[in-house]
Design a protein around this ligand. Structure first.
Ligand SMILES: Nc1ncnc2c1ncn2[C@@H]1O[C@H](COP(=O)(O)OP(=O)(O)O)[C@@H](O)[C@H]1O
Ligand SMILES: O=C(CO)[C@@H](O)[C@H](O)COP(=O)(O)O
Length: 572
């Protein structure tokens, strides 16, 4: 007989899909429902979840699409037999940086939701603008230049807000909105992030921003724990800064705060109980670090379409090349993040070139790529005296470092520091299988090395464990090379939850928000219930003496190579 433990829902509203995942108090997944925007929606001209205006480099999503998705996911959970009356908490994970513009009628429409009708039928009038700018948007170069300048330079902006200005960050997006749609901006009553939009739907009124996700706006002064007045002034454009403050609202510090009970609509339509509580939804990356009791010395690498590298750390060390956010649950901790546009797609290019070269597409499409990568020695050095082969593989413009699309190949001699841009000695595409994995992992090691410490026993600074999530985490060749480069005193692990890390993290956040004892941290509560043997699998060794140190030399060459390429591009 099914247990009658309380249940918790985590919603993941990502670029391409909405998921609803239900766990019990023991953290066991009981139900999952998924709505794929391209495959399952009706009435929207979207591709990969978004619409594009190439001329202005705009990427955006229709908000009504998300309403249709929420109606369908709730219906699907009902059809699967979920007893909604057992659900005690709801939280969520939203794609970061996207903003939702609410109309003057929003609060009334949310409050008066009629259980006989769908959200999609009732809420379109709640938005002053039907679209939400997406994280892939790059229309805000002018605004980013202004943001970077407002406190003196990108370093100062990163120091204050955790990041230099980025096209996708919500502050530059809002400033552009005030210019492109001034009348609509004036008619906008509130602005939500995708995360607080999810919470708003369930509360029946506009929810505040989440303490972690607010750091993806370039507006929040992380150390002061308040909006930065000078930046807000810039962001309000020609409009009143006090009015912008009202549109943004206050930001509660507690990530486990009880925002309120689920709205009557959900009680009548689905059978939620009156004591089901809404806990702040956060960004998808902050939610991902909540998918396990991550320790400050652990690292997570998400190998999806893009690559993200996440760590939880007590050290706030902002830099224009990286991101810091408040930790979503634990005051005094921060989330460190690197976000690359070139991840899975770039690896697929090399994989396809290798398959084409062999005139063979095996049923397991990664088989030749993996075999080639593993039979190539580190940096293609067959002998210790051979130069190291290093490259950058960016089929799409990259964020880290900020470079246009391109491919660059070098050789590097660590003994004398000789660095030459050349394809001499490179066997293409064979050498590229290992080189592309090395390139991606060396970039992570370069940018995270200031945050790692020695795990003891005389070992060099490195993560305690490296956890892999996302589509690429199925690949053991990538895991092996990741361990050789990043280390990991205890090894490289895969989270056994397929591609559901952020929905799971959101559901765990709801468990913690409702069931925590006085002062009990997320790590403590989830740590006590976490079943290591069921939830993670060790898939590769981490630190290996000799090879880790060899890659330490390669990091130096890699850093010099990036610098050389950036200088070259600046001269173009
Ligand atoms: N066996 C595999 N080896 C390497 N990469 C893989 C493998 N299986 C899937 N992938 C990669 O996973 C990526 C998709 O990951 P996923 O986490 O689902 O993406 P998203 O970020 O869109 O949610 C694709 O780019 C694909 O190349
Ligand atoms: O922009 C960022 C992080 O800064 C992205 O990681 C988005 O948060 C993307 O979410 P997905 O929908 O791809 O998961």
């Amino acid at each position: 007989m099914a247990s009658q433990s309380p249940l918790y829902i985590g919603f993941d509203l990502s670029t391409q899909q909405l998921k609803g995942l239900v766990v019990n108090s023991e953290l066991k997944v009981e139900y999952i429902a998924k709505f794929d925007f391209d495959a399952d929606s009706t009435g929207f001209s979207i591709k990969k979840g978004v619409m594009v205006n190439e001329a202005e480099h705009e990427v955006f999503a229709p908000v009504a699409l998300w309403l249709q998705a929420m109606d369908t996911v709730l219906e699907s959970l009902r059809k699967q037999g979920l007893d909604f009356s057992r659900v005690k908490g709801i939280s969520g994970a939203g794609q970061q940086h996207g903003s939702v513009y609410w109309s003057a009628d929003a609060e009334e429409l949310l409050a008066k939701l009629d259980a006989k009708r769908s959200l999609e039928e009732q809420l379109p009038g709640a938005f002053s603008h039907p679209y939400s700018p997406n994280w892939q948007d790059s229309s805000t170069q002018k605004e980013c230049d202004e943001f970077d300048a407002v406190l003196g330079g990108p370093e100062q902006l990163a120091q204050a807000t955790g990041s230099k200005a980025h096209h996708r960050f919500t502050g530059p997006q809002i400033l552009r909105f005030t210019r492109k749609h001034p009348e609509v901006y004036q008619k906008t009553s509130r602005i939500s992030l995708v995360s607080s939009f999810i919470a708003s739907l369930f509360l029946g009124h506009v929810a505040p921003f989440d303490i972690s996700d607010v750091c993806g706006m370039n507006l929040w002064n992380i150390k002061k724990g308040a909006y930065d007045e000078a930046i807000l002034k810039l962001c309000s454009g020609k409009f009143d800064v006090e009015d912008l403050k009202k549109k943004l609202g206050v930001v509660p510090e507690d990530g486990g705060l009880h925002l309120g009970q689920v709205h009557q609509y959900y009680r009548e339509r689905y059978g939620f109980s009156a004591d089901c509580t809404v806990i702040p939804a956060t960004g998808d990356n902050p939610a991902t670090i909540l998918a396990l009791p991550l320790r400050p010395s652990d690292a997570m690498v998400s190998l999806g379409t893009s690559t993200t590298f996440l760590m939880s750390t007590p050290n706030y060390m902002p830099d224009p090349a990286t991101h810091f956010f408040n930790h979503p649950t634990t005051a005094g901790l921060y989330m460190f993040m690197l976000c690359y546009k070139n991840g899975g797609l770039a690896r697929e290019h090399v994989r396809d070139a290798i398959n084409d070269n062999l005139k063979d597409t095996p049923s397991q499409p990664w088989a030749h790529f993996d075999e080639t990568a593993l039979s190539t020695p580190p940096m293609g050095q067959h002998n210790a005296n051979d130069p190291m082969k290093l490259g950058l593989f960016f089929p799409r413009p990259e964020i880290v470092p900020n470079l246009h699309a391109g491919q660059w190949r070098f050789t590097y001699n660590p003994t004398n520091g000789d660095l030459t841009e050349t394809t001499d000695g490179w066997k293409t595409p064979q050498d590229e299988a290992r080189a592309i994995i090395e390139s991606q992992m060396l970039s992570l090691r370069l940018r995270s090395r200031g945050l790692t410490q020695s795990p003891g026993n005389g070992l060099p600074p490195q993560p305690r464990r490296v956890y892999l999530v996302g589509g690429g985490s199925k690949n053991k060749a990538i895991a092996k090379i990741a361990g050789e480069i990043l280390g990991g005193a205890e090894g490289v692990y895969k989270l056994d939850i397929g591609d559901n890390a952020c929905a799971l993290g959101a559901a765990y956040k709801a468990v913690w928000g409702i069931e925590r004892g006085e002062g009990q941290t997320f790590e403590n509560l989830i740590g006590q219930r976490w079943k290591e043997e069921e939830f993670v699998e060790k898939i590769a060794e981490g630190y290996q003496k000799g090879v880790f140190e060899l890659y330490g030399q390669a990091v130096e060459g890699f850093e010099a190579m990036e610098k050389r390429v950036l200088e070259g591009v600046a001269r173009e």
